[in-house]
Write a protein that binds this ligand. Structure first.
Ligand SMILES: [Zn+2]
Ligand SMILES: [Zn+2]
Length: 266
């Protein structure tokens, strides 16, 4: 083999290496609001929970929020839940160009248990909205089956797992709402979507700096106030039924709200 061909091989090799490096910055072709194909960098929507708290709360980089709600089979949230969710967000986020919710059915997977990796894969297959120009995008998936980390006394109802992604275990929520004397389906759904969104907004002490100390460290990124939306029991069916004795959706307490306000929120 001559020096020339060796050089060519080396050159090709280095081109290959730099190409494979580039795939770390994953891009995808999506449709913009006019239906035209555009290339977007999807890696900005695949960071850690809380990393986009300020982008979601403030209008500095993004003046609009688009929420893509995906659901399998017939497991869509109720229209009351979507209204409540929008109202909750409008009260806290500075989005002068609005908050838009898109609801879309996806193929049924029929899986009994889901790991977070399964859910990430599901999102990667179906998500079609990503940040572009002045719009930030959030994905929420309502699924069948249950979380593979559930225990006998802890049936997880929702998880925030990326900076702009959460999952709702809708089938589990429906099982709890069917129990005697349980709150309505809309009430349970609203608590869980609002709570998971609270995590994406950086609560508690997870991307949004605490203004006073109110983190329930024993339970991770949760609030110490048992009447607050961000109290840890809001995330499991067993805990939530206990918490909702009055049947109404718990609001964020003053401490959580002041954290959000200090990070660009309302
Ligand atoms: Zn939580
Ligand atoms: Zn709180």
């Amino acid at each position: 083999m001559g020096t020339k061909s060796l050089k060519i091989i080396l050159l090709l090799f280095s081109v290959l290496i730099s190409c494979s490096k580039d795939t770390g910055n994953s891009t995808e072709i999506i449709e913009d609001e006019n239906g035209n194909p555009i290339e977007v960098d999807t890696s900005v929507n695949k960071k850690s929970v809380g990393d986009s708290a300020n982008d979601l709360l403030s209008s500095g980089s993004f003046e609009k929020l688009i929420l893509e709600i995906l659901y399998v089979g017939e497991l869509n949230p109720t229209s009351t839940t979507l209204d409540n969710f929008k109202e909750f967000l409008e009260a806290r986020l500075n989005k002068p160009k609005g908050i838009e919710i898109i609801l879309r059915q996806i193929e049924k997977v029929d899986q009994e248990f889901y790991s977070i990796q399964d859910i990430r894969n599901l999102e990667d297959t179906h998500r079609s909205k990503f940040n572009e120009k002045g719009t930030i995008a959030v994905s929420g998936i309502f699924i069948d089956g249950e979380y593979d980390q559930n225990t006998e006394n802890g049936s997880v109802l929702g998880v925030a797992y990326r900076n702009t992604s959460f999952v709702i275990f809708e089938q589990t929520i429906r099982e709890f709402s069917n129990q005697p004397l349980a709150p309505s389906l809309s009430t349970l759904e609203t608590v869980v979507v609002n709570h998971e969104m609270g995590h994406l907004l950086g609560l508690v002490n997870a991307g949004t700096t605490m203004q006073t100390n109110h983190q329930d460290i024993e339970h991770g990124r949760h609030c110490t106030n048992e009447n607050c939306l961000m109290f840890w029991t809001a995330e499991t069916g067993e805990g939530l039924l206990n918490m909702l004795t009055g049947g109404s959706v718990p609001p964020l307490d003053a401490l959580c709200i002041s954290d959000l306000q200090a990070n660009g929120g309302k």
